[in-house]
Write a protein that binds this ligand. Structure first.
Ligand SMILES: [Zn+2]
Length: 749
């Protein structure tokens, strides 16, 4: 695929990346500033060095470095010294957070045969760090409640709500059972949450070989895919309610913070949960009886996948050490000159589940090279207009702890000063992938056009476009060809941007290269230097591309004459969300009507076992029409303001209107904030953005216009109309803010 794409591009287009001349406009810069900025960026882009990234990765991933470990603290100290040696003003900020670590773990089959799961990942002779057992955190799911349960086993596919509807239709209940779910299909924390809501007493999650094991290629160490004993660790805290320290929601976990008790923390699971390998899962699944699993549920193991319940009976015991652990966030600063109170924030986490070469060190080493390059430019006399803050977060893996506690501690300052947050996490070989605030879509498209893809020599933008055209659906292909800008995704959760976009309303971007770096080592002991340097970005040229992309984004945001936000793409994107919500309402209405008819026709089975009765499915309220008018009216206003702003922007830039730009910049900092609501989302007030949130039942996956979307999905029709009005109010606020800015730029007040 890679070779095909590269040769296709070069032979078909003959297109190579040439430096943009000074007379090509640069978003955010007056004509007289363009040349200096382009020269600066050209110097910057030569500085990040792949060999240094390799050596930094070797050092940072040399030993396990999870929260609370000796090497996590050691790494933080090393990163601090790196920033200082680059000329940055840097310090470490500490927080004390609840981070449970495993004390007891048991999974065993007790009937009809017996089998004890090993719960061990095997050290491999080829892979030197895989044998550091004494420092490795055993495989487990952090924030699983302690428990000791025995019950019949039920296979629940990915364990999302739709899977339980399927089981219900077959008369299978999970009440009093232990469920076994595959990884994938949702964020992992959703699986025990939904299982508990359906009455299960325990939850196992395993990595099926069809998803990231031998079905996709040779397994490690021969190839990159997950070996039989590889386990995906990970947090199962209920992060869609709030991320960060479970004991200090909404405030920083500082020394004297008021803390909840563990029993009061809403984000800890209701039932015990453990992740297992497919090596350990196979005997359990083989022992299942009951109906054969639906075709789409079956995985890649050489067995007949059955649903249960039983006769397989499983014993599960989980116990953790629930003490507080200390976080080490490294925060570094380059002061701005003319606009020191406008902050550009950039971050990547440094903690890992084990050695974490890919996640997160591959992203962190790029960030460090950016910082070294910016520091070198600073030493050579360059000064950013705005203040630049670089962060290396601790505690991302357990629940975005370090970034959340920092953002909560500094919430007021960040709301007043933060212009944008730029995040990365893991990085690999492939195509630039961007998600973020749609007011920055035009901006980041411009950045991607000025960074070279290391394998093809065309721009990162052109290569990402080619990938969309080659692999996308019909709609994606058409849009990639015809739309001026490549569409960026919306942010859900799953990395450190969450607090910035979801809780503070700071415009955010998440950047990374990937798509040709398939593997099955995620959150296992095999995500290490050996794996990364054999199977991912082995020459670190995509690390350099990430440093160039994120670094140029930071430079432009920090130096711009007029901040490079644009709102026509935002308005158009919201329009697609509204259309999508309207058709979602219609689909739900159809589904409910159809299901009600099936119930009347007696199509649903009731459990044959009278000791385990399944409540017969109930008829649901027929879906009412919803009133989208307030939102459509607000969108009209936003469209109008956005195009007025666009025109005023173009004129103000070409005329170099310095005074107007200064006043507009100060108010642009609030543009993303206008899309938030202080009351937040229903049942989860921590999330205040009206356009983006992680799904309550999908986890990482984003729900756009979440208040309305989730009300429709869950049939809460009164809520849906009220939420439409709240979103409309946010869009109106945005429209009036931008309209005001357009007036100022055009020479009004
Ligand atoms: Zn990560």
């Amino acid at each position: 695929m890679r070779t095909l794409l590269s040769s296709l591009l070069i032979s078909a287009t003959g297109f190579v990346l040439a430096p943009s001349p000074a007379d090509v406009p640069l978003r955010g810069f007056f004509p007289q500033s363009v040349q200096a900025e382009r020269d600066l960026e050209a110097r910057f882009k030569t500085m990040p060095e792949p060999d240094r990234m390799r050596e930094s990765m070797r050092r940072l991933s040399a030993r396990p470095h999870h929260v609370g470990s000796a090497y996590d603290k050691d790494n933080a100290g090393w990163i601090l010294n790196q920033f200082k040696s680059y000329g940055w003003d840097a310090h470490i900020e500490n927080f004390d957070v609840l981070f449970p670590t495993p004390v007891e773990r048991v999974v065993e089959l007790v009937a009809p045969t017996t089998f004890k799961a090993s719960l061990q990942e095997t050290a491999l002779p080829e892979d030197p760090t895989s044998s550091q057992q004494s420092e490795q955190l055993p495989s487990y799911n952090a924030y699983s409640i302690d428990g000791d349960v025995t019950g019949p086993l039920v296979f629940v596919n990915y364990g999302v709500p739709a899977d339980y509807e399927e089981l219900e239709q077959r008369g299978i209940s999970v009440k009093g059972a232990i469920v076994i779910a595959k990884y994938g299909g949702s964020w992992r924390g959703i699986k025990p949450k939904v299982a508990a809501e359906h009455g299960a007493i325990g939850c196992l999650i395993y990595s099926d070989p069809r998803d990231d094991g031998y079905a996709g290629g040779d397994v490690f160490p021969k190839g990159p895919m997950r070996p039989a004993q590889g386990v995906q660790r990970g947090s199962v805290a209920d992060m869609p309610v709030y991320p960060g320290d479970p004991l200090t929601p909404g405030v920083g976990a500082t020394k004297d913070a008021k803390r909840l008790t563990v029993a009061q923390a809403a984000t800890i699971t209701k039932i015990p949960v453990l992740p297992i390998s497919y090596g350990d899962a196979q005997p359990l699944l083989t022992a299942l009886g009951g109906p054969i699993a639906p075709a789409a549920w079956r995985g890649g193991l050489p067995i007949t996948y059955r649903l249960g319940a039983g006769p397989a009976k499983v014993h599960l015991r989980v116990k953790s050490d629930w003490s507080l652990k200390t976080l080490y966030d490294v925060i570094a600063r380059l002061p701005g000159t003319t606009e020191p109170d406008q902050w550009i924030v950039r971050g990547n986490h440094h903690d890992a589940w084990v050695n974490g070469a890919e996640d997160p060190i591959s992203g962190l080493v790029a960030e460090l090279e950016e910082a070294r390059a910016l520091g070198a430019l600073y030493k050579q006399g360059w000064r950013p207009k705005r203040t630049i803050i670089y962060a290396a977060w601790d505690g991302e893996e357990p629940g975005l702890l370090g970034s959340t506690e920092w953002a909560e501690t500094h919430a007021d300052e960040l709301k007043a000063h933060a212009v944008a947050y730029v995040n990365s996490d893991g990085n690999g070989r492939g195509f630039l992938d961007v998600s973020g605030s749609h007011s920055l879509e035009k901006f980041i498209n411009g950045v991607a056009m000025d960074v070279e893809d290391p394998e093809s020599g065309v721009s990162a933008w052109k290569r990402a476009q080619a990938a969309k055209i080659l692999t996308g659906s019909t709609d994606v292909r058409r849009e990639a060809r015809d739309r001026e800008d490549l569409r960026i995704g919306a942010l859900g959760s799953g990395s450190d941007y969450s607090s910035f976009i979801d809780h503070l309303g700071v415009a955010s971007l998440n950047l990374g290269y990937g798509g040709e770096d398939e593997g099955g080592i995620y959150h296992s002991i095999y995500d290490d230097f050996y794996w990364y340097t054999h199977f991912s970005d082995t020459s670190f040229v995509y690390g350099r591309a990430l440093a160039q992309t994120a670094g140029v984004a930071v430079l432009r945001l920090a130096n711009a004459d007029l901040l490079p936000f644009a709102f026509t793409n935002l308005a158009e994107t919201i329009q697609t969300y509204v259309k999508d919500l309207q058709s979602l309402r219609d689909r739900r209405a159809e589904q409910i009507t159809e299901r009600n008819r099936q119930i009347e026709d007696g199509l649903f089975k009731v459990a044959s076992d009278p000791r385990d009765p399944v409540t017969a499915p109930q008829r649901q309220q027929v879906a009412p029409q919803l009133n989208f008018a307030p939102l459509l009216n607000a969108l009209d206003s936003l469209n109008h303001s956005a195009s007025r702003y666009d025109k005023a922007y173009t004129r103000a830039v070409s005329e170099g209107r310095t005074a107007a730009a200064k006043s507009v910049n100060e108010r642009l900092v609030q543009a993303e904030r206008a899309l938030t609501s202080t009351e937040g989302l229903k049942n989860r007030p921590w999330y205040v953005h009206m356009l983006y949130a992680p799904g309550f039942y999908t986890g990482y996956g984003v729900k756009t216009i979440p208040g309305v979307r989730e009300a429709i999905e869950q049939g809460e029709w009164q809520d849906a109309d009220r939420e439409i009005a709240r979103v409309a109010a946010a869009v109106e606020r945005e429209a009036s803010l931008i309209g005001g800015l357009a007036t100022t730029l055009a020479g009004g007040s």
